[in-house]
Each structure stands twice: as structure tokens, then as C-alpha cells.
Design a protein around this ligand. Sequence first.
Ligand SMILES: Cc1ncc(C[n+]2csc(CCOP(=O)(O)OP(=O)(O)O)c2C)c(N)n1
Length: 554
Amino acid sequence: MTSSLIATSSQGKPASQYCASAIAGALAAAGTRLLFGVPGGGPNLDVVGAAADSGLRFVLAHGEAAAVIMAATCADLDRRPGAVVVTRGPGLASAVNGIAHAALDRLPVVVIADTVSAQEGDRISHQRLDQAALGRSVAKAAITLSADDAERTAGHAVALAAAPPAGPVVVNMDAAARGLPPPEQDGRPPVPRPDLAPLAAALSSSRRPVVLLGPGALPHVGAVRAAIVGSGIPVLHSYRVRGIVPDSSAEAAGLFTGGTMESPLLAAADLVVGLGLDPVELIPAAWSYAAPAILVAEAPTGSAAYFTGGIELVAPLPAAIGVLAAHRDGHDWPAAAGQRAKAEVTRRLQRAAAAAPGSLAPQDVVTTVRAHTPPETIACVDAGAHMLVAMPLWPVEEPRRLLISSGLATMGFALPAAIAAALCRPGEPVVAFTGDGGLGMALMEIETAVRCRLRVVVVVFNDATLSLIKIKQRGEGQGGAGAVDYGPTSFAAVATAMGAAAASVTDTAALAAELAGALGRDGPTVIDVRVDPAGYPAVMELTRGAAGRNGIPP
Ligand SMILES: Cc1ncc(C[n+]2csc(CCOP(=O)(O)OP(=O)(O)O)c2C)c(N)n1
């Protein structure tokens, strides 16, 4: 053991334990209930021990990126900072994709790593990376935690993660470090006094406004509903916020991604009003509508550039919602224009369903699961072609019931997210929709769900192909079959080997029967569905149009 590790703090504890207690205490004070991760010994185990002392439950994951996705999902659902512990070097490097997801979806997560001490840096190269630079390059900040002023630094790290815009903070524990500069305070300026006159003027003269909702609107669900429901003004939701306006209401018009799904409605609009949009969610497609766009957000987002000719007003959202409420009458949309636009998208997607005997159309998988699960089910969706049917065909009545990695759009999201949802919302039904590619990236977390006895239903769209990428090869066959095709895998057999209940299905009746069993089971179920990808090109055309065809990444 090195001298730095046996150094003691002024409180008499070994310094690394003192640091671990400080960060665990700060997390507990912020309401964090779970710590995810993969420890690497030494100070990491101190963090696990200190977390238990502070009342946080530790959940051992198989992969660090998955652990961060779990923590980020808890942060999203609980509205408390998530927490992860990883080891120095490979542990932090392996966590990067999860940290990137938390960064781009603006979710507060504290990622605690130990590090080769600055005192030993001249001598020890093993597992030594520039963890401060690595952290800073992807997270909101990287902070060194030492026994000097540990409580204040730990409190600052947790508060910084949660301060808007929320995001991940990497805490590198170097108990023996001395003379660190005091951490910078978060310097976001206060929201300016609202000047919403341009919004009021535009709404006064608009006959066909459309409202786009983004994550900034999530804290204002009640006010948005009061302004919108019953007004007849169609509302589109970004991926992360479906359910702010319940899908059953006449105004709920479905999704806004920047693709073609929402085109007929936007083409008929004479004004587009964005509330709390984050351009990180929008696919890189051209904006080609005549209607002017006014985007309101509580801090500059750069949205105006996405909506060519759009203007961004920085103002408190409740004030903007108030302006909208004052102008909810006076438009001339046909009755239930939003609901009808959404129904048309659903009809077209269903028409694109195609399946050879012995397989299911992806659309039928989604609608069958929806029909056989309770309305309040939390669905977690991976990146892939299956996402293009799961997102529009899964209606929700509340926000945070349909989860996806929106900003980063990472594969390997759905299973860890579903595990976290089951942990944070015990007793609530949870479904993970994932492709064979995405599940392959997070596969071992099935064991995590088994060990934690979580009632998670994993629905695998198994076509042994990276279908979303295959669609983009269409025509040219760019890259050849070897670029996208896997050999067949029985995920049911793999899951059984890990102790999960599992089945392979090729028709909707069997899928429905397996779902019934899964929802009554005290543990995870993996339903390996043989899907036919033949309808995906048409789905891509309907949802994304040229942006999808041209190979723009999801
Ligand atoms: C970590 C990560 N790697 C690569 C990608 C690019 N990508 C997006 S979707 C996709 C294919 C997904 O295949 P699969 O999980 O089988 O789902 P399917 O498209 O077949 O529905 C790929 C490679 C990504 N988004 N995230």
C-alpha cells in the first residue's frame, strides 16, 4: 500500500475513506438512493462502503457504460443526481459512452473514479490516463476530490451535476492531492426578464399555430396541459417528452424529430412555437417549412439556427406558457387536427408492416406489446430501426413513460435503462425494446436483472442484422453484407443460461402469451422475437425521408 492510501485525514479516518464518506454523504443529502458501478479495489470499495453507510444501495453492473446509463435513467425518473463508481484507467474509459449519453440528454450523474495520485505520477504509469482531460472532454466538469476540503468539494460536485443545464460530473478521487484550487462555481446567468412581445404578436395573428415541446417543458406539465388541452392547437413532442400532453387528448399530434413524420402538420401551420426544445434531439435534416418559428427556452440553445430564420427568445417557460394560454382561442384548425395527424402516421406505419411466415412485422411487435401491458408501463427503446416504429406506435399518458437515448442515440441503452426503471419504480411494469445489435452491447446486464430480481420484459427485435444501417446501404449495397449482418443468435438460450425466463416467438399469439407470463413473474423475461426487416425501408421513408435515406446517423 502506498503512503497516499494510508494517509489519514484530520478526522482520523484513512484519507480515502474520508473522501468516500464526503461524496457519499453529499449524494445522500441530494436524495440519491442508488449507486451503480464496477469497483476496482481500494478507494472504489471505500466508496461502496461509504454509500452503504449513507443509505445508498449499491448495484453491481457488468459494464461501466451500462452503469452510467442506469444512473442517468434513475436521475431522469427520480429527478435526483445519479451516482456511479468506476475504477481508474479502464473503468473510467469504459464509462465514457454512458457519460456521453448523460451529457447529451442533460442528466445529472456523478461518476466517481479513483486515480493514480498526482504524488505518484512520476513513478506509476500503469492505468494512468489524464482522467481530468478525459472527464472534461465529455462530462460537464472533472473535479479532483482530495482530503483537503473534501466535504465542500463533494457538495460542489453534486450540486454542479444538478445545476441547469444538468449533466455528468467526473470526480477523480486523489485523497493525497494537496493545494488544489477551489472548485469553480457554476456561473449560469439568471434567466432574463421575459420579453415575450414577439410571441404574443405572432400568436395574435396566427390562425394555425403548432406547438413543439422539448425537455425544458418537463417541469411545467400542469401549465402546458392547462394551456393546450381543449384548445385544439396541435402539439408535437420531442422524443424525450412524449406524454406532457396525454396521447389520448385531441391536441396530441405525435412526435417531432425533424424528419418527415410531422411534415403534413407543419406544412399546414402558419406559426411554429417551440417550448423548451433542445436541438441535440433533432436529426440533421433541412428545415423546409414556410411558417416562422419562435423558440422559447430558459437559456440560449442555438435552436434558431436549426429552424432556418427562426428566432429564439430566452425567457422563463411559465411566462411563455402563459402567453400561449392567453392565445389559445382564435385559430381555425379543424377539430382534433393533432389527433388526426397522429392517426394518419399510425395508419401509414401499419400499412408498411410486412412479414414472411415464421416472423413478425416490427410494427406488430410494438402494438401487441402495447395491447398486452398496462397503460402506465415504462418502455425503454434502443437505437436502431425498431426505434422508428416503437417511438411513434407507443402512446403514453404521462411523461417519462417512454425512455430513449435521444441526444447521443446510443445503442445498448434499453436494457440498462429498463433495469434502472425497475429499481427506481418498484412494482411498475417495464419493457425494453432492443435490437440484436443493441442487446449484444449490453447482454450481460440480463444477469444484473436476474440477480436483482427485477420484473423487466426484454423484447428483442431479432433479425441478425444492424437493420438501421442496412437501410442506409440500400441501392448501392455500400460496404457489402459483411458490414451489417451477424450470424443467428438465440437470445432466449443466452438469457436462460443467465437464469432469466425466456422464449422465442414467431407470431403475435405467442408474444401475447409470453407477455402475460412475464408480467406476473418475479424476475426478468427475455422474449426473442423473430422479426422481418422487409418493411423498414418504407418505415424510414415515412419517418425520416431523405435524411434517413442519405445515411444520416440516428
Ligand atoms: C454505441 C453505438 N454504436 C453504433 C451506433 C450506430 N447505429 C445506430 S443503429 C445501429 C444498428 C442497430 O442494430 P440493432 O440493434 O440490431 O437494431 P435494428 O436496427 O436491427 O432494429 C447502429 C450500428 C450507435 N447509435 N450506437
